[in-house]
Ligand binder design. Structure first.
Ligand SMILES: *[C@@H]1O[C@H](CO)[C@@H](O)[C@H](O)[C@H]1NC(C)=O
Ligand SMILES: *[C@@H]1O[C@H](CO)[C@@H](O)[C@H](O)[C@H]1NC(C)=O
Ligand SMILES: *[C@@H]1O[C@H](CO)[C@@H](O)[C@H](O)[C@H]1NC(C)=O
Ligand SMILES: *[C@@H]1O[C@H](CO)[C@@H](O)[C@H](O)[C@H]1NC(C)=O
Ligand SMILES: *[C@@H]1O[C@H](CO)[C@@H](O)[C@H](O)[C@H]1NC(C)=O
Ligand SMILES: *[C@@H]1O[C@H](CO)[C@@H](O)[C@H](O)[C@H]1NC(C)=O
Length: 855
């Protein structure tokens, strides 16, 4: 997948500067061998100049920063699409205030950096860690999670989503362990105190050892609100006094940052004043390069930036011989005189910290055991992978704040801009991948929450609440949330706009289903149950609007039919025009998009949503007509005969989409004149007139009625589905179920010359989890296929677990997808979003989705 430009539902990240040979030249490549000797200066002058220019720019832009948000004036005609849904916000519910809110204030909510801490507020004080790694004999700054850093592994082995996490990072010859711990001390400010421990070792073997004889780490604090941060004193010797920095904020009061270590650390610092915190690593690198050029020393200059500007960022460089340990303690509420400061700092450092980290680790293990109960199901090797799955999903939870950019509706004319800004909004959410997709994705989130509710239902409701508060007055939610400069810096400009005509699978209903059935089965405490019920009661008006948005905007021509709107019906470049909104991107659909289309997956999502709403309406006794409406639509959409009539191809023995389609298409190279230049271009050729028919591609979409458990256990159609799933000429592999059958005409075909196959063969964990859920269901339902379903279930489950485990131990990561021929992890890594479902597969905890009407 390296470096291609294809457009996916999850848009590709920007190439990092390190990947870009042109930019790379300009940047401060710090040759590690030149440390403490003079730098050859001729080609380096430009850093210096660039550095000054950046400073001037940063200072001058700082003051217009605050007026940046929401700056477009729409006058009286504010477009509907950027108008919030007119109902009380879910996040204002009492259950999300008080103790709950404070307990989640600080966290590792910056998943896109290797280690970052922030609070759940728009302009937070943030902290983070960088270090110098080595690539091709040159120093490079590690900070933002980047594939090109090529780390052996990184990720949380333990994380409880609240106040504790332990992460292991292997950077070639360097082994780094980072721990996070949060504590509510006596007299601490809002949200409590926290500590970060870094434990650095060198891998003893290999030629790289001497490179890492000395480690250079950079710990920073930065105030997004621009408040000044004070340095404790000019010369930092932590054996005299552990205080590094201090400041004051409205949210937490006075605060201090301390550093304690028993090792011999050399400490230097640098201050900056800039709002551009998202590219702080560049700033530090430029600064270091300048310093090397000037003094020949690889160390920050011990100054606070331009005179007269008190810095809002302080970066501390910690250099020491390996191995060493350092504890950073953050304490708040320090303006109170008798605030037990010393005691609080000593609890967050040294032996005291070690002891608490050990306790928290044990707590994590106990809770893991209680929630997932893997003991008699998998071995301890698998269990390690299961722990990494949940820890990384929880440790990957982020907090984002900003405004989505929305494409301008056709009939709307605003001067100057080609986009609208959504209202400034916060989002607390898990993310699919810390390196590639470190932001919120609507369709992934439902799968993430299948794990998270089992771990901490309060976190789960908080996340769903945030998402539902993003609903606009039309009942639409933007599917990819690119909020704030840090998130934006990872996304190429052309992929930023969100289109208000396009939907995305409403997977959150899967979770709501689970929560409701959890209540009915007594899985929650009485207090939790009543919180969930109250949440659902208040959410129902939003869920109803969300449903109605689909039920009007994605409606098909025939009664009870739906299709994903927004497919490109004029392109001649794509072999099969993509359906990004479905989440399945290039999964083949009708070759010629038009209004006659019927999409099987969307119909099933609609049933899931209607069924869920129906139950919520009954549960919350909020009848007044709504109940009847949903009862009616559930009956229609779950009608087996009507489903078969509209989507079942008897001749083929499979469920399909319907539309204007021909199989006879191909990409052909064509010569195109472009001014004076001739270009070769791939263009689609259609060799046969398309006609209205079933779209004969067997794959994940064909299995939706099966995944939805809509097929009666006694039906021969169930037998046919099991045939397709278990046949290695179609969907079966020893690593999981393929996304598209080997017999499909588009199996592993490129969609354009730049678009390699994505959902056209490889194995994806979210769909395999749904398939397993259904197999499990049918292996327990009486009928002629019970035993067969059981056999397939057992085999598929063990294939999935084995393959993901093997990849994890071999590569250090969970992956976005797995190759259907070799089982090898592919695409983004780490991908600890829905691939984490492997843990639920290990523990045989399946989603009740689509099955709930039976209650
Ligand atoms: C940081 O980002 C800002 C805004 O995107 C840019 O103007 C500035 O040049 C960048 N600084 C560095 C050092 O790359
Ligand atoms: C642990 O913390 C207590 C205060 O809570 C302090 O008296 C003690 O010295 C600390 N122990 C160590 C080893 O730092
Ligand atoms: C969904 O749309 C159909 C067709 O327009 C309509 O008959 C039905 O009442 C709608 N259901 C709900 C719950 O909005
Ligand atoms: C493509 O779709 C748009 C919107 O549905 C429609 O107005 C247009 O006529 C269609 N064009 C073709 C060539 O089918
Ligand atoms: C199917 O697509 C072809 C080619 O765009 C078009 O000519 C034909 O009218 C379409 N058929 C229907 C039923 O829409
Ligand atoms: C498996 O699928 C292939 C291709 O559709 C088919 O020819 C074959 O008969 C199937 N095998 C079984 C055992 O159903």
């Amino acid at each position: 997948m390296a470096g291609n430009t294809r457009r996916n539902a999850r848009t590709r990240p920007k190439p990092s500067i390190d990947d870009d040979p042109i930019n790379n030249d300009k940047k401060s490549n710090l040759n590690h061998k030149k440390e403490r000797t003079r730098f050859r200066s001729s080609s380096r002058i430009q850093f210096y100049v660039g550095f000054l220019a950046i400073f001037a720019f940063a200072v001058s832009t700082y003051f217009i920063y605050s007026s940046f948000m929401n700056s477009i004036d729409y006058g009286s005609q504010k477009p509907r699409v950027i108008t919030p849904f007119p109902a009380p916000k879910l996040m204002d519910l009492p259950q999300f205030q008080g103790e709950h809110k404070e307990s989640l204030y600080w966290g590792t909510y910056r998943p896109h950096v290797y280690l970052g801490v922030r609070a759940r507020t728009s302009l937070s004080l943030i902290a983070g860690l960088m270090w110098l790694g080595v690539k091709d004999g040159q120093y490079v700054m590690r900070h933002v999670c980047q594939d090109s850093d090529n780390l052996g592994t990184y990720g949380w082995t333990h994380h409880n989503g609240r106040d504790y996490g332990r992460q292991l990072i292997t950077d070639h010859g360097l082994k780094l362990e980072t721990n996070f711990l949060k504590l509510r001390g006596k007299d601490s400010g809002y949200g409590g105190d926290w500590a970060v421990r870094m434990d650095v070792q060198s891998k003893k073997s290999g030629p790289e050892e001497d490179i890492y004889g000395t480690g250079h780490f950079f710990f920073y604090v930065a105030d997004e609100g621009g408040h000044a941060i004070s340095l404790s004193r000019d010369v930092l010797d932590i054996h005299e006094d552990s205080l590094l920095a201090s400041g004051s904020r409205r949210d937490v009061g006075g605060w201090q940052l301390h550093l304690e270590s028993a090792d011999n650390l050399e400490i230097h610092y640098s201050g900056f004043k800039t709002p551009h915190i998202h590219n702080l690593s560049d700033l530090v690198q430029v600064n270091l390069a300048h310093q090397i050029r000037r003094s020949g020393r690889l160390q920050l200059p011990d100054n606070l930036g331009p005179l007269g500007h008190s810095p809002n960022i302080l970066v501390f460089q910690i250099s020491a011989k390996l191995p060493f340990k350092a504890d950073f303690a953050f304490v708040s509420g320090t303006e109170i005189k008798s605030s037990w400061l010393e005691e609080r700092v000593s609890r967050l450092t040294g032996e005291n910290l070690s002891k608490q980290l050990m306790e928290k680790k044990n707590e994590f293990e106990d809770k893991f055991q209680r929630c997932f109960n893997l003991n008699d199901k998998v071995d301890s090797e698998a269990s390690v992978v299961g722990k990494a799955a949940i820890a990384n999903l929880l440790g990957g939870i982020g907090y984002f704040y900003g405004q989505s950019k929305i494409s301008v509706p056709k009939n709307f004319d605003i001067k100057g801009d080609d986009y609208l800004l959504y209202w400034p909004a916060e989002l607390y959410t898990a993310v699919p991948s810390r390196s590639f997709f470190p932001r919120g994705f609507l369709w992934d989130e439902g799968f993430h929450q299948l794990l998270i509710w089992r771990w901490d239902v309060h976190i789960c409701l908080d996340i769903i609440g945030h998402w539902l508060d993003l609903l606009n007055i039309d009942g639409w939610i933007p599917r990819e949330q690119i909020l704030g400069a840090e998130a934006l810096s990872k996304v190429p400009e052309e992929f930023v706009l969100q289109h208000p005509t396009n939907g995305n699978p409403p997977t959150l209903f899967l979770v709501l289903h689970d929560l409701i059935s959890g209540i009915k089965m007594g899985k929650f405490s009485p207090a939790e149950s009543s919180e969930i019920s109250s949440f659902l009661e208040h959410a129902s008006i939003r869920l109803d609007a969300w449903f109605k948005w689909f039920n009007t905007s994605q409606l098909g021509k025939d009664p009870d039919s739906y299709f994903w709107h927004g497919r490109d019906n004029i392109t001649i470049r794509e072999l099969n025009p993509k359906t990004l909104s479905s989440g399945l991107d290039d999964y083949p659909r009708a070759s010629h998009p038009n209004e006659d289309e019927r999409h099987l997956d969307l119909r099933c999502w609609m049933l899931l949503a209607a069924d869920c709403l129906h139950t919520i309406v009954k549960l919350t006794k909020n009848h007044d007509g709504l109940g009847k409406e949903y009862d009616f639509i559930v009956k229609r959409l779950s009608n087996f005969e009507s489903l078969n009539q509209m989507h079942y191809d008897e001749a083929f023995g499979a469920y399909f989409d319907f539309g204007n389609h021909t199989e006879k298409v191909r990409l052909r190279s064509q010569l195109k004149m472009n001014g004076n230049y001739a270009n070769q271009e791939m263009v689609r050729e259609v060799l046969e007139e398309p006609k209205l028919r079933f779209v004969p591609h067997v794959g994940y979409v064909s299995l939706f009625p099966f995944m939805g458990k809509l097929i009666p256990p006694g039906s021969w159609i169930l037998g046919k589905q099991l045939d397709l799933i278990s046949n290695s000429s179609t969907l079966w592999t020893n690593y999981g179920i393929r996304s598209l059958s080997k017999t499909s005409s588009l199996y592993m075909k490129r969609n354009t010359e730049h678009d390699p196959p994505y959902w056209r063969g490889p194995i994806w964990m979210n769909m395999n989890y749904m398939i397993l859920s259904a197999l499990h269901h049918y292996s327990e339902a009486d009928g002629p296929y019970k035993m067969r379903a059981r056999t397939i279930y057992e085999e598929l489950r063990s294939n999935l677990i084995r393959n993901i485990m093997q990849n994890y131990y071999k590569t250090g990561y969970l992956w976005e997808q797995y190759d259907q021929k070799t089982g090898k992890g592919k695409g983004a890594r780490p991908f600890t979003g829905w691939t984490s479902l492997v843990l639920l597969i290990m523990s045989e905890s399946y989603s009740s989705g689509w099955g709930i009407s039976n209650f």
